[in-house]
Design a protein around this ligand. Structure first.
Ligand code: ZN
Ligand code: ZN
Ligand code: FE
Length: 767
């Protein structure tokens, strides 16, 4: 019996080879009908034998093409037309109200790579080769529906051969929007620092490679912006790059040619290797081998036991790495903390003084997108920066969460991302950066508008951080929308819940840098009873003054004096301070006066204090440096060494549990004076703080009838601390939720905010 069904497929189904896939399956099943993209996703009508029609539905739901993320397949019966006109692919229809997700940018596939390496193929060494299974997407999309005219490829007219591939449903490049070849597509040029083309022997890749091998710095226009490249094994080249970029210590990422090279440089576990070679191609942070590989210089990641590695993800990268034949430093093309350059004229202006040459091309980048970063925790990989290859892939909200409202969430101040929520999903932007820079704020405005357009979101509410001085909060308050302020650490715990598909309630431990609390102090060492609907603070670290405000972030020795004053009184703090910094007197008097100084419960600032006391670092040049180095040091403590246990006390103040590190600080000051090795102090600090934090969580979970603990906040990027806390909680029979795809740092805040806002009641509650 013949029947006809209309099949609606939703999810990430455009720009991922879905229509040719449907075409091939339908033809193989002997069905007639059509498939098309529309604004809601993919629409199929299939007519023929009832069993075959049902089989097609099953295939669509269960075996979609590799890049597709199918969210729903809904079929309804329609009257059969009874004419067998075969199966056809129809042109896109721009109508309709909903929008469909745009795919992420995908690393070059094996088929394309083979063509690039084949001297007999017409795409031999063509640096912009792509197909339906790979290539640029998010970074080139200007508008939806996703069609060539709505991308930055609009200005390139396909030659007859490319057009034939594009039109052939049996071809791997059928409707591959960025399809092109050397005859019709984007071209490379090598330019001098002023942007003028450089002529000479060989092609642009050869000339760039020659400069790199001569120890020069080259700006490389990639997928989501410019990189600055230098030979990783050349000490002078790396030092030159550091000097020009005004970057003192922050580690550089490396691009290596293949997985085997990565294994020679770092210890790469199974999960790390899977991430490294995935189509998303993030930077993977993994422990470097000891002794270090001679082909790398120490200046790449000074003092750190981990390196960030990535594999080439565009044909251009593959060609360049092959021509150089050695690992390259590939760092974001910016000066210090500016956003990554992605527009050609602007790149020449901003990066010209930093480079000796530019490897450029004429395919515009519409959306700037930094490399993503994941860290090998030994128990899987955890996101550190969710950007290229991950954004803008939708994340499902927990199924039991009544997500009823369209939301715009504007994130926090540092590591900003923005997100929109609609119909049970959250879409977060690429990494935008630190909003204190004007250029980054402009990028924030562009990303916000773009995301709203791509997903056709008409926000009913805008969610922002409780901190009124964040530029993101001010932006939100100025919109003509219902604005919701969400406490920073509630948003962190919510992001961890989304990452684990849970609504809560849980006991959340938020160990973080800083986030404003409703009491006007700066929180960051918090125990919260939380779900997606709300939270209650049930515990925190003891508060101490943060002398100098933001100066205390850049200069950890200030927090050391503050904690020493709490633990040892004025004379003890003076003795310590006089060994740390000349300005200790002024800082100590601010701490002792107490008036008008912000107080903080931040775990991140406690790490700073310990790092300064243990003489690991008294001032930092990048965010989180003291804590990162303290963890690095702890990882070098000899196994089984006599690691002391530092006491912390807990007390109840007006029903609030307070964990007080004062005795721990006193013990560390004394150990540092006695000359105990900093590595041993660092290891003991991690163990003691983690154990005490978990013990308090166990008590608070029991008191509140909870069996699950969620760990979030930037401090939980720390693998050693996470391991100790998890071990203790699991030993007490509690379930532990950790971060996986969403960063525990402020990059995840917008996702937590969006989830909270999506379920907000229509009438704002009085809380
Ligand atoms: Zn491909
Ligand atoms: Zn062509
Ligand atoms: Fe935070």
């Amino acid at each position: 019996m013949d029947e006809r069904r209309r099949i609606r497929v939703t999810g990430t189904v455009q720009g991922v080879g879905f229509r040719p896939f449907v075409y091939r399956e339908a033809v193989a099943l002997g069905l007639s009908g059509f498939v098309c993209n529309d604004a809601a996703g993919v629409l199929v009508e299939a007519e023929g034998d009832a069993v075959a029609v049902a089989a097609l539905c099953t295939v669509l739901a269960e075996r979609p093409p590799p890049l597709a993320r199918v969210r729903g397949v809904e079929a309804s019966a329609v009257p059969p037309l009874g004419v067998d006109g075969g199966f056809r692919i129809l042109e896109s229809d721009a109508g309709g109200s909903a929008r469909v997700p745009v795919s992420v940018d995908v690393a070059t596939c094996a088929d394309c790579l083979r063509e690039i390496g084949d001297p007999h193929d017409r795409r031999y060494r063509y640096p912009f080769t792509n197909c339906t299974n790979c290539g640029p997407r998010y970074t080139i999309v200007i508008a939806v529906p996703y069609d060539r005219a709505a991308t930055t490829m609009a200005g390139f007219r396909m030659c007859a051969e490319c057009q034939a591939e594009y039109d052939d449903p049996g071809d791997r490049r059928f409707h591959a929007q960025p399809n092109s070849c050397s005859a019709c597509g984007p071209r490379l040029t090598y330019r001098d620092p002023s942007g003028a083309p450089v002529t000479g022997s060989g092609d642009a890749v050869d000339r760039a490679a020659a400069d790199l091998m001569a120890g020069r710095v080259v700006g490389v226009k990639g997928l989501g912006g410019y990189h600055l490249a230098a030979l990783a094994g050349d000490e002078e080249a790396v030092a030159l790059l550091r000097r020009r970029k005004a970057r003192d210590d922050k580690p550089f990422a490396l691009m290596v040619g293949d997985v085997a090279t990565a294994h020679r440089i770092c210890v790469i576990g199974e999960a790390a290797e899977a991430a490294l070679s995935s189509i998303r191609r993030p930077i993977v942070l993994a422990p470097r081998r000891r002794p270090p590989v001679p082909a790398l210089t120490a200046g790449i990641a000074p003092g750190l036991p981990e390196l960030g590695l990535m594999l080439p993800y565009t044909p251009l990268h593959h060609l360049l790495i092959a021509a150089v034949g050695a690992p390259l430093v590939m760092t974001s093309g910016n000066l210090s903390d500016d956003p990554i350059a992605h527009v050609d004229g602007e790149a020449v202006e901003r990066l010209g003084p930093l480079v000796d040459g530019f490897l450029c091309h004429d395919r515009p980048i519409h959306i700037r997108c930094d490399d993503s970063v994941v860290r090998d925790t030994g128990a899987g990989v955890q996101s550190v920066r969710r950007s290229r290859g991950f954004a803008p892939e939708p994340l499902a909200l927990p199924e039991s969460w009544p997500a009823r409202r369209q939301v715009l969430a504007v994130g926090a101040e540092l590591k900003n991302t923005v997100a929109v929520a609609k119909e049970g999903t959250v879409v977060a932007s690429h990494h935008i950066g630190d909003l204190e820079h004007l250029a980054t704020y402009r990028s924030f405005l562009q990303a916000t508008a773009h995301l709203r357009h791509l997903y056709d979101v008409e926000p009913e509410i805008v969610v922002h951080d409780l901190h009124p001085e964040y530029l993101s909060s001010k932006f939100a308050e100025d919109l003509d929308l219902e604005a919701w302020a969400v406490q920073h650490h509630h948003a962190h715990i919510a992001s961890c819940l989304v990452d684990n598909g849970s609504c809560g309630p849980v006991l959340g431990i938020a160990f973080d840098g800083l986030g404003l609390g409703p009491d006007g102090t700066l929180w960051g060492g918090e125990w919260l009873v939380a779900d997606l609907a709300g939270y209650r603070r049930v515990g925190h670290l003891a508060p101490v003054p943060m002398p100098g405000g933001t100066a205390a972030i850049r200069e950890p020795w200030r927090m050391a004096i503050s904690w020493a004053a709490a633990a040892l009184g004025g004379s003890g703090a003076a003795a310590l301070g006089s060994r740390l910094d000349d300005r200790w007197r002024a800082v100590l008097s601010v701490v002792e006066r107490g008036e008008g100084v912000l107080r903080t419960t931040s775990a991140g600032r406690l790490f700073d204090a310990v790092a300064a006391i243990a003489r690991v670092r008294t001032r930092i040049t990048y965010e989180g440096q003291a804590a990162i180095e303290l963890e690095a040091l702890a990882s070098t403590a000899p196994a089984g060494a006599d690691v002391p246990s530092y006491p912390l006390t807990s007390r109840l103040v007006d029903d609030m549990s307070v964990l007080d590190p004062v005795p721990l600080i006193a013990a560390i000051v004394s150990d540092a004076e006695r000359g105990v090795a900093p590595a041993v102090i660092a290891a003991a600090f991690h163990e003691s703080l983690g154990t005490a934090a978990a013990a308090m969580a166990v008590r608070l979970a029991a008191a509140n009838g909870l069996t699950t603990v969620a760990l979030s906040g930037g401090v939980f990027q720390n693998v050693i601390l996470t391991r100790v806390v998890t071990r203790e909680l699991e030993a007490a029979g509690l379930a532990v939720l950790r971060h996986h795809q969403i960063p525990p740092n402020d990059g995840g805040i917008s996702i937590g905010q969006a989830a909270i806002g999506a379920g907000a009641p229509r009438v704002p509650s009085s809380s």
